[in-house]
Design a binder for this molecule. Structure first.
Ligand SMILES: Nc1nc2c([nH]c(=O)n2[C@H]2C[C@H](O)[C@@H](COP(=O)(O)OP(=O)(O)OP(=O)(O)O)O2)c(=O)[nH]1
Ligand SMILES: [Mg+2]
Length: 131
């Protein structure tokens, strides 16, 4: 049976209506694909707690987590991911990429131009429509 992972991703928007996107590094699973930053929920965590922890660990900044955007299950060749995305705001500091290859603030209508991980496409499309 394929491994299943439960993941949270942050849709962080700034005051210029741009969304923070991160490109996975060549060494990561799903290399060189763009994602909403986040990671796996650990035992005993709520999705919101997991998201705040992951953003602190991977981007060295704090966020507040708002409403849920999407809840998508996607079957990759080697594993199945359930990705829940949430809106978020920066609370303290600017995100600094610790393990990602690149980061970008992207206008909503330009999001689909990035090569996102397949599990992210429903969230990307929803955010694009929400002008
Ligand atoms: N963070 C994140 N992961 C995503 C997205 N879309 C998607 O398919 N994934 C996949 C990639 C990974 O297989 C898994 C979560 O990966 P991750 O590498 O961020 O997990 P993590 O931060 O907990 O890292 P680790 O402890 O496994 O090293 O979900 C997304 O938008 N954000
Ligand atoms: Mg991660």
């Amino acid at each position: 049976m394929k491994k299943q992972v439960h993941v949270v991703g942050a849709i962080i928007e700034n005051n210029q209506n741009e969304i923070f996107c991160a490109k996975r590094s060549p060494e990561m699973v799903l290399p060189n694909l763009w994602e909403f930053p986040g990671g796996k929920i650990e035992a005993g965590e709520t999705p919101e707690q997991a998201l705040a922890r992951e953003i602190q660990e991977e981007f060295s900044c704090s966020i507040s987590v708002g409403e849920k955007v999407e809840d998508t299950t996607y079957e990759y060749e080697k594993f199945i991911v359930r990705l829940e995305t949430y809106k978020a705001k920066l609370e303290n500091g600017q995100p600094i990429a610790i393990e990602h290859a690149e980061t970008k603030w992207v206008k909503r209508d330009k999001l689909a131009q990035l090569d996102f991980a397949p599990a992210d496409i429903p969230a990307v499309e929803k955010i694009e429509r929400e002008k």
